[in-house]
Design a protein around this ligand. Structure first.
Ligand SMILES: Cc1cc2nc3c(=O)[nH]c(=O)nc-3n(C[C@H](O)[C@H](O)[C@H](O)COP(=O)(O)O)c2cc1C
Length: 174
């Protein structure tokens, strides 16, 4: 069991066709002066082939209103067929040539900085080149995740409960 955030990766193939695939093996780490998004992919898939070629991808947070889309994108490979069986809209990234999902309330545009192979999987350490945040959500006082209504994955799909507080709200030195 591992509590995982749900994202959908957006890439373009060689012909410029957009492709999207759910990925929940996603985390972050710190370089010397910036964050890296850490994304792990196993086996062979269109997304991996596209990333290997272009070295870039969009990382779209999945809200509960995107579950049908996530299920659909995860049920087929861009290798064998296009993924146009469910309606959705996408745009070009602000700074990178990546497709971004219009429905997502938080989107990173990422470039691969480093990769590590472990058996059948590859982990990409990605530099964030741009962040698109839903404009109606106020993040000036930090992130209240409930406003994004993200999907949490652990074999099954879940939503999150209450906003509990900030670091330091629950333990203070006396
Ligand atoms: C909820 C969910 C989470 C997934 N997480 C990952 C993941 O973290 N890494 C991965 O390699 N594949 C993951 N997959 C599988 C890919 O999304 C799936 O193989 C997809 O069909 C690949 O499409 P593509 O060939 O068009 O890239 C996940 C699928 C689902 C439904």
């Amino acid at each position: 069991m591992c509590v995982q955030p749900a994202f959908i990766m957006g890439t373009y193939d060689e012909q410029g066709n957009a492709n999207f695939a759910p990925t929940t093996w996603v985390s972050v780490t710190w370089e010397t002066d910036h964050y890296l998004v850490v994304i792990s992919m196993f086996g062979t898939k269109q997304t991996k082939t596209n990333v290997e070629r272009s070295r870039m991808l969009s990382v779209n947070l999945v809200g509960t209103d995107m579950l049908r889309l996530m299920d659909y994108f995860g049920s087929r490979s861009g290798f064998r067929c296009g993924k146009n069986g469910v309606p959705y809209r996408y745009s070009d990234g602000n700074v990178l040539k990546v497709p971004t999902l219009d429905l997502s309330k938080w989107v990173y545009e990422c470039e691969v900085s480093k990769e590590v192979e472990t058996g059948d999987s590859k982990t990409y350490f990605c530099t964030i080149r741009d962040v698109q945040v839903e404009q109606t959500i106020d993040i000036s006082d930090g992130i209240d995740l409930t406003a994004f209504n993200p999907v949490i994955y652990s074999g099954h799909y879940h939503s999150i409960g209450e906003h509990l507080g900030k670091i330091g709200d629950f333990y203070k030195e006396s």
